[in-house]
Ligand binder design. Sequence first.
Ligand SMILES: [Zn+2]
Length: 430
Amino acid sequence: MKIGPSSSVDLKRYSAHPDDLEVLYGLPKQVLFCKKCNMSNQQPMSSNEYAHSNQSRKVTMQFDDAGVCHACNFNNLKESGEIDWDDREKELIELCNQYRKTDGSYDCIVGGSGGKDSAMQSHLLKYKYGMNPLTVTWSPHLYTDIGWKNFQQWLHVGGFDNFLYTPNGKTHRLLTRNATINLLHPFQPFILGQKTFVAKMAAQFNIPLIFYGEMPGEYGEQISHKTSSYAGKDQNAESEGFALDYVSKMDFRDIYLGGKQMGAYLDEGVPKVDLMSYLPLDPEILHKKGIDFKYLGYYKKWVPQEAYYYAVEHTGFEANPVRTEGTYSKYNSLDDKVDGFFYYTRWIKFGVGRAMMDSAQEIRNHHITREEGLALINRYEGEYPARYETEFLDYINMTRDEFFETCDKFRSPHLWEVVDGEWRLRHSPN
Ligand SMILES: [Zn+2]
């Protein structure tokens, strides 16, 4: 599908001398691609989303002097012998022994959708390590058929108790629309809700241990491979996006949701109760209840493709019968009709799309070569997610033209140019 600039675009910004091109979001001016996995140095790292406005600046993936990204270097550590995986499993068994309950109550909690990662995580904990997990799910915006099926299979074939939480749909649509207009980030409200929901449920049911999946270093966050936990109340997080204490220093009205301040929503008549699902739990409550956070990926070597095979075998997980648009894979983030637009909008803002992310991960885990990754990027990167376009645009109450015009406001001139009336990225890995 050929996509050209909207009539409101100032084309001069995109045809300036290379030295004078504007750079948005504080991205690195010079575009580099990892020598090993093809990942771009424009890839942003997690930040405090409650302070995320249209003025925010990004911290991006670090590259070493040899031109290799931090995610590659982190993944190398997993296999360099520096981590003794047998020792790590012993640590996990000790942790489980410390927390396991036999009185019929839950001793740990796993958040997820029934996708391959949450399925493997919960199944290992319950059926290999004898824990008693509660699983909890923050609902997708719009379930896909395959997503709903895998969610049900997880519980019925895998065998788990689960709470599914669906936030007020009217509010969620409003926040998603605002997040698209203000940040070109239609997934932000989902991410905020999902991130905080697990901790709230742990506090609600007095469950002392929260398990997350892979370690954030896997995808390039600056977090040591020796870190098994989220930063607690009294620690500084190694990476801004992985702190617990997000908002206690902020005035309630100043907190941003969808790039707009809470105070503005309240003034427009959105009830406070409808916004609370998106705010984090007071870290003091977690501290008082002694709730601990662990990455299962710290204890078990995390390979996404193995999680897929595990989930197929143990929880009845099924890959999508059709290829996911924008990439070649059939088993990653399948459950939400908005997923495709999350990846598409990242590609617009940072020049990092879904094929690049999927292939980089598979190169790091030795499933494909760097050259195969390049071919996949050439073929699929930036493909428009047309399959669920109608539902997505209806959800955010926009026409296609309005959506494309919004996208154009977020194209950084140092990344994009117009060639023969069509948007093209200036740089691609080769
Ligand atoms: Zn890399």
